[in-house]
Design a protein around this ligand. Structure first.
Ligand code: PLP
Length: 460
C-alpha cells in the first residue's frame, strides 16, 4: 500500500501507533524507522529513494527474491475462486492438496504428511504438541520433556521461546515453561578449540546424551535443533555432530526434530539443512522460504514413523483457523515450484553458493578483527574479535556487532548482527555479479569498522 505521505509523516505515525518486534521503542523513535517501500530481486528501496542491498532476504525468508509478478497473480486468482475455507473436520480444498503433494515430492524420502501453520513459531508449537501426543497415544504420557539448545532460536510464542535458548527472551514472561531442557550449542570456536572440529562435534553430541541420561530416557520426548543455528549467529556444527546426535536419539528412543525454518527451501544448497548436515529427523518444522515471505504460512513435515501413529491415534486436538489457508497455500505452491523448476535451489548448490563462500572468505579472511569466517550455500557469518591471534572476543558481547551492522545499514547494505556474529543470507536468486556488489560494499564497511575500533581503543 502506497499512501501520499512524506517520510517524516510515516515516521511520526509509526512512532505514535506501532510497537515493533524486538525493538526498544525509545531508541527507535529518537532516530525514526527507515520506511521501506519497494523491492526487486535482492534490492529494496526506502522512502527517500535509497537503493539497499538486502543481504538478509528480509528475515532469512525472501528466498525467491522481491518483486515476482507471478505470485500476486496466483494470489489474486485464488482469492477470486476461494478466498478462504478451513481444513478442520471433513473439508479440504485444491490449493492445500496440491501444495501437500508438491511438498511431499521435494521433501526427503519418508516425509509424506504435512500439517499447516501460519509461521515458524506456530510450526514449533505444533511440533511440541505433536511429539507429546505421539508418545501419549502409545501409552507413554510421561515421555514429554523436550531438549533444545542454549542460543537456539525457535520463535516467540510461549512454546517456541521456551524451547529456544535465548536467555534474554526467557527473562521476560517467566520462561521456560516446565518440561523444557537445554544443552550447550555446538560452537567450536567458543567451546572446542582444544580439539579438532570433528572431535568437538562428537563431544558436543555427548552433551545431548548426558542430558537424556540426566532427565531419564523414559521422560524425554524429543531433541530439537536447527541444522545450522541461524539467529544464534550461523553456528555450523562440525560434520560429526548431527550423525552422532541421530545415533544417540535412536539409542534412547528419543524423537529427533530439525527446525528448518531458516535452513529449509534451498538456503544451504540442498532443499533442507538436514541433507547438508547429513541426518534424518523424525519431524521437521518450516515456514519462511515456503512462501518466500509473500504470505504467512508454515508447515510441519511428519515422517512415516510419527505419521503412522498419528493417523491411527484419533483426533489431534490442534489447529489454526488459517491452517492451510487457500491463498497462502496457492502462493507457497507457486513459490516452491519456481524454486524447483527455475533451478534456483540447484544454482545455490552448484554455482552461487560455492561462489559466495569463496568470495566471503576472500573478502573477510584478512581483517584484524574478523575470525571464524564460515558458511555454506547462501548462509554465512563471521565473528568480530578483539584479538585474532589469541581468539579473544570483545568484552561486551554485542557492542561491536551493533556498531558494524549500523555501518552496513548507513551504507545501504542489510546484514545482521547476532551479538558479535555478523551474518548474511541473501535471496537465493542473487547473481555472481550481485555477490561481488554486496561484498564490495561489505568490505569497505569493514575497513571503516576497524578504523573505528582503533580510534575507540577497543583493539586488543
Ligand atoms: N525457528 C527458527 C529456526 C527461526 O529462525 C524462526 C524465526 O526466525 C522461527 C522458528 C520462528 O519463526 P516465525 O518468526 O515465523 O514465528
Amino acid at each position: 500500500m502506497q499512501t501520499a505521505r512524506t517520510t517524516e509523516q510515516w515516521r511520526e505515525l509509526d512512532a505514535a501507533h506501532h510497537l515493533h518486534p524486538f525493538t526498544d521503542p525509545h531508541s527507535l523513535n529518537q532516530q525514526g524507522a527507515r520506511v521501506i517501500t519497494r523491492g526487486e530481486g535482492i534490492h529494496l528501496w526506502d522512502s527517500e529513494g535509497h537503493k539497499i542491498i538486502d543481504g538478509m532476504a528480509g528475515l532469512w525468508c525472501v528466498n525467491i527474491g522481491y518483486g515476482r509478478k507471478d505470485l500476486p497473480e496466483v494470489a489474486r486468482r485464488q482469492m477470486e475462486d476461494l478466498a478462504y475455507y478451513n481444513t478442520f473436520f471433513k473439508t479440504t480444498h485444491p490449493a492445500v492438496v496440491e501444495l501437500s503433494h508438491l511438498l511431499s515430492e521435494v521433501a526427503p524420502e519418508g516425509f509424506r504428511h504435512i500439517f499447516y501453520t501460519n509461521s515458524g513459531s506456530e510450526s514449533v508449537d505444533t511440533m511440541m504438541r505433536m511429539v507429546r501426543h505421539f508418545w501419549a497415544v502409545q501409552g507413554k504420557p510421561e515421555k514429554k520433556v523436550l531438549i533444545g539448545r542454549w542460543n537456539g532460536y525457535h520463535g516467540s510464542t510461549i512454546g517456541g521461546a521456551s524451547l529456544g535458548g535465548m536467555t534474554y527472551m526467557h527473562e521476560q514472561g517467566d520462561l521456560p515453561i516446565p518440561g523444557i531442557e537445554h544443552v550447550e550449542q555446538p560452537w567450536w570456536y567458543k567451546y572446542g578449540k582444544d580439539m579438532t572440529p570433528e572431535e568437538f562435534g562428537l563431544a558436543a553430541a555427548r552433551w545431548v546424551e548426558d542430558k537424556i541420561l540426566e532427565v531419564g530416557p523414559e521422560r524425554v520426548a524429543a531433541f530439537v535443533g536447527e541444522p545450522i543455528q541461524g539467529a544464534g549467529g550461523v553456528i555450523i556444527p562440525p560434520s560429526t555432530y548431527w550423525p552422532e546426535v541421530e545415533r544417540i536419539c535412536r539409542k534412547y528412543d528419543v524423537l529427533l526434530v530439525a527446525d528448518e525454518v531458516i535452513c529449509g527451501f534451498g538456503r544451504t544448497g540442498e532443499w533442507f539443512g538436514q541433507q547438508t548436515m547429513g541426518f534424518r529427523p523424525d519431524i521437521f518444522t518450516t515456514a519462511k522460504g515456503l512462501s518466500s515471505g509473500y504470505l504467512p504460512i508454515g508447515a510441519v513435515f511428519v515422517g512415516d514413523r510419527v505419521a503412522n501413529v498419528l493417523v491411527a491415534g484419533g483426533d489431534f486436538n490442534h489447529g489454526f483457523t488459517y491452517s492451510g489457508h487457500p491463498v497462502a497455500a496457492a502462493v507457497a505452491h507457486a513459490n516452491v515450484k519456481a524454486l524447483r523448476d527455475e533451478g534456483i535451489v540447484d544454482r545455490v548448490k552448484n554455482e552461487t553458493g560455492p561462489y559466495m563462500q569463496e568470495r566471503w572468505r576472500a573478502t573477510f579472511g584478512n581483517f584484524d578483527h574478523v575470525d571464524d569466517v564460515r558458511g555454506v550455500g547462501l548462509i554465512q557469518g563471521f565473528t568480530l574479535v578483539r584479538n585474532k591471534a589469541t581468539h579473544e572476543l570483545f568484552p561486551e558481547w554485542g557492542t561491536a556487532g551493533t556498531m558494524c551492522r549500523d555501518i552496513f545499514f548507513e551504507n545501504n547494505l542489510i546484514m545482521r548482527a547476532c551479538g558479535d556474529h555478523i551474518v548474511a543470507a541473501p535471496p537465493l536468486v542473487i547473481t555472481k555479479a550481485e555477490i561481488d556488489e554486496m561484498l564490495g560494499v561489505a568490505g569497505r564497511c569493514l575497513e571503516r569498522f576497524e578504523k573505528v575500533v582503533r580510534e575507540k581503543g577497543m583493539a586488543g
